[in-house]
Design a protein around this ligand. Structure first.
Ligand code: NAP
Ligand code: LUD
Length: 299
């Protein structure tokens, strides 16, 4: 049976480091890290994630501001708010929760955030830094950054030389940055997607298998190489009439099948999702250290 990689435990460790770094920054410079999270519209899942970000930020000792805007907000209004947050010295991290309503161009919104405050790591500057291997100055997207922390803790090393990694999914927020991080760690990386031929065979090659597809329990146990480290990024709500809330959350991996074959595996819920929120706090305290001209802690 595979080792279960516990997102709760690892996220709590990251958050402890953030808290200690915040206390140090405040006592040495008087600067309190500040984060602004913007949500447009009322998607219940986004609302849940944003609430959790606000809670964790307060626990870390940050100034935490959540801007809740109605679904009818115009693109110009949103861009104006971002301009104000860019100019606000008490805010070190800005995040616009995605997706935004269709009438707003998310690309425009993402690029409007100052790269120095882009704790999501979605701006061209931060993507460029990641792709060119300048990890010391990049903000890295929180979900793949969190997945890397889990991989490092599980395999006991940040050097993945000689290991084969397969990332299923090529989105800009998960798949591509994940592949770049694995490459920077010296893994031999394959990116698979909906046009990949014989996906099960490609997955079976992976010492590290990352699923970021958005299809409930698609990756089966017999797609997993014996002993592999399996990272399930998927968050899918599937109908569950027997439950009061009428749905349950499952990943992109068939956990019961995969845990019989894998060496280690992340659960859903309780896995990568918790790391996403913890790494957002890590990036925000990092941003505050940089703005104060100090060397941030490593995560
Ligand atoms: P996305 O933008 O929809 O991208 C999905 C990717 O999967 C695409 O590259 C797509 O290929 C590929 N794909 C779809 N069907 C496939 C199939 N049958 N076989 C092979 N590849 C297939 O999704 P995303 O934003 O990356 O998110 C992926 C999952 O992670 C979702 O469940 C999402 O909810 C979850 N997520 C979780 C967190 C977290 O914190 N845990 C954060 C972000 C996202 P093409 O490019 O060819 O279309
Ligand atoms: N937009 C994200 N949109 C969606 N899971 C998250 C997320 C927490 N700009 C921007 O926060 O990084 C982002 N930046 N994302 N996501 C997904 C994505 C964004 C996903 C899961 C969780 C944030 C989370 O807390 C828990 C878990 O996996 O245990 C609970 C899962 C549940 O729904 O019960």
């Amino acid at each position: 049976m595979a080792e279960r990689i516990d997102g709760k435990v690892i996220a709590a460790e990251v958050l402890e480091t953030v808290k200690a770094a915040t206390e140090k920054l405040v006592s040495e410079t008087g600067v309190q890290p500040g984060i602004a999270v913007v949500i447009v519209g009322e998607d219940p899942a986004s609302e849940f994630y944003v609430r959790s970000k606000g809670k964790r930020a307060e626990e870390c000792g940050f100034k935490s501001v959540t801007h809740r805007l109605p679904a009818e907000t115009s693109e110009d209004e949103l861009l104006k708010l971002i301009g104000e947050l860019n100019a606000d010295d008490t805010i070190h991290g800005i995040l616009v929760q995605l997706p935004v309503p269709d009438h707003i161009d998310d690309g425009k919104v993402i690029q409007a955030i100052s790269p120095d405050k882009d704790v999501d790591g979605f701006s061209f500057v931060n993507v460029g830094r990641l792709v060119t291997g300048q990890l010391g100055s990049a903000f890295v997207p929180c979900t793949p950054a969190g997945a890397m922390v889990m991989i490092r803790r599980t395999l006991g090393t940040g050097d993945l030389s000689g290991l084969t990694a397969v990332v299923v999914g090529r989105s800009n927020i998960v798949g591509k940055p994940m592949a770049n991080l694995l490459l920077a760690a010296n893994a031999t990386v394959t990116i698979a997607h909906s046009r990949t031929r014989d996906l099960p065979a490609v997955c079976r090659e992976a010492d590290i298998l990352v699923a970021a597809v958005g299809r409930p329990e698609m990756v089966k146990g017999d797609w997993v190489k014996p002993g592999a480290c399996v990272i399930d990024v998927g968050i899918n709500r599937v109908p569950a009439p027997e439950l009061e809330k009428k749905y349950r959350v499952v990943g992109d991996v068939d956990y019961d099948g995969a845990e019989k074959v894998a060496g280690s595996i992340t659960p859903v819920p309780g896995g990568v999702g918790l790391m996403t929120v913890a790494m957002l706090m890590a990036s925000t305290v990092t941003s505050a250290y940089r703005s104060a001209g100090l060397e941030p802690p490593g995560f």
